[in-house]
Design a protein around this ligand. Structure first.
Ligand code: G2H
Length: 247
């Protein structure tokens, strides 16, 4: 098993040019120059600014995009635009897109398909609500979300799956390593049975939901947790500890 550890920072709708300078400074000072597979997802209006200031070994992601090339879609951005400014990744299907903005499994899947066709890498997010976990439906929900994506993904090497239980996002309630591992393992089994053994072996499944400098090492010990998608803590110095959780 040679899955490379992957850490994404999701800045969500936070910060501004001034506050980002602190982030650039701690990344420049503390991140080893040979880190691989570190990506930050920034508000679209700042993609270009961040691109010009971020350490070169960190890749840039948009936090969303639309499912077609261009046209009358006020407020949207396209994968071509994301690539045009030099970003290489996009986060899609984040629970805030699904639950605050009402994005369906099918819309998320179409966006993933179009982004991959246009040459972007995708962090594809899935995860269950608290009520779904409490009624024993976690696997049913994440498998349904995976199933919608399946038909739109030809090249899984450009996809990282982020399992983010919605009840753990920004709440300070992290899934225990055992809870996260159980879902990651079940996802890998589902992928093996429904996509291929090869994809199941190689696709990175990262965990997101209140990951911090203090809980990342325990989570990173689990064999099916291949990294993290980090929200709040990605705006702070402890992001560096999270990037180094397996070092
Ligand atoms: C989950 C995560 C990043 P946080 O949304 O995607 O955010 O770490 O703040 O829970």
């Amino acid at each position: 098993m040679t899955r490379k550890f992957f850490v994404g920072g999701n800045w969500k709708m936070n910060g501004n040019k001034e506050s980002y300078k602190e982030i650039f400074a701690f990344l420049n000072e503390n991140l080893s120059s040979d880190v691989e597979d570190v990506v930050v997802g920034v508000p679209s209006i700042y993609l270009d600014y961040v691109k010009n200031n971020l350490p070169k070994n960190i890749a840039l992601a948009a936090q969303n995009c639309y499912k077609v090339e261009k046209g009358a879609f006020t407020g949207e951005i396209s994968p071509d635009m994301i690539k045009d400014i030099g970003a290489t990744w996009v986060i899609l299907g984040h629970s805030e897109r699904r639950n605050v903005f009402g994005e369906s499994d099918e819309l998320v899947a179409e966006k993933i398909g179009h982004s991959l066709e246009k040459g972007l890498h995708v962090i594809a997010c899935i995860g269950e609500l608290l009520s779904e976990r409490e009624s024993g439906k976690t696997n049913e929900v994440v498998f349904r979300q995976m199933n919608a994506m399946k038909n739109h993904i030809k090249d899984w090497s450009k996809v990282v799956i982020a399992y983010e239980p919605v009840w753990a996002i920004g709440t300070g309630k992290t899934a225990t390593p055992a809870q996260a591992q159980e879902v990651h393992q079940d996802l890998r089994k589902w992928i093996s049975e429904n996509i291929s053994k090869d994809v199941a072996e190689n696709v990175r499944i990262i965990y997101g939901g209140s990951v911090t400098g203090s809980n990342c090492r325990e989570l990173a010990k689990e064999k099916d947790i291949d990294g993290f998608l980090v929200g709040g803590a990605s705006l702070k110095k402890e992001f560096v500890q999270i990037v180094n959780a397996r070092v």
